[in-house]
Design a protein around this ligand. Sequence first.
Ligand SMILES: [Zn+2]
Length: 145
Amino acid sequence: MDPALLDLTAGACRRLIEERFPDDDHHGAAAMLLRDGTILTGTSPNAINPSVEVCHEIEPYCAAYRLDQSVVASVCLHRQPGGRFVVLSPCGVCRERLAVHGPAVLVAVADPNDPSVIVWKTLKDVLPDYWMTAFPDEVDPAWSA
Ligand SMILES: [Zn+2]
């Protein structure tokens, strides 16, 4: 994976937050790099009932499907008041969603010593005991490798 493409993906995520949310409040967004090099971004609306809100990853995830493209990398960032961006690793549900794109998908996680620093890991690294490995005939063999 070209690190410059990963940097561009994270930059697109930061730029969306800065452009869509020029205030100094808490806001987040996600970006995904597709197999063809396209970078998609997205964010999620607030809802009166927080239980119906969705992850920032949903918009680029669904758009990748619409475009019939594989996701090769995903990043979610959260900007705190004051302008610091921290990395939000994909939640368990998003890990499950990304699993359809295979264990090699790169996901951004926070550096344990500085959550503003991205560490890229494979989906397999962050989803080590993927349940579908119980059905080896139905899943990418790389999950069990
Ligand atoms: Zn999620």
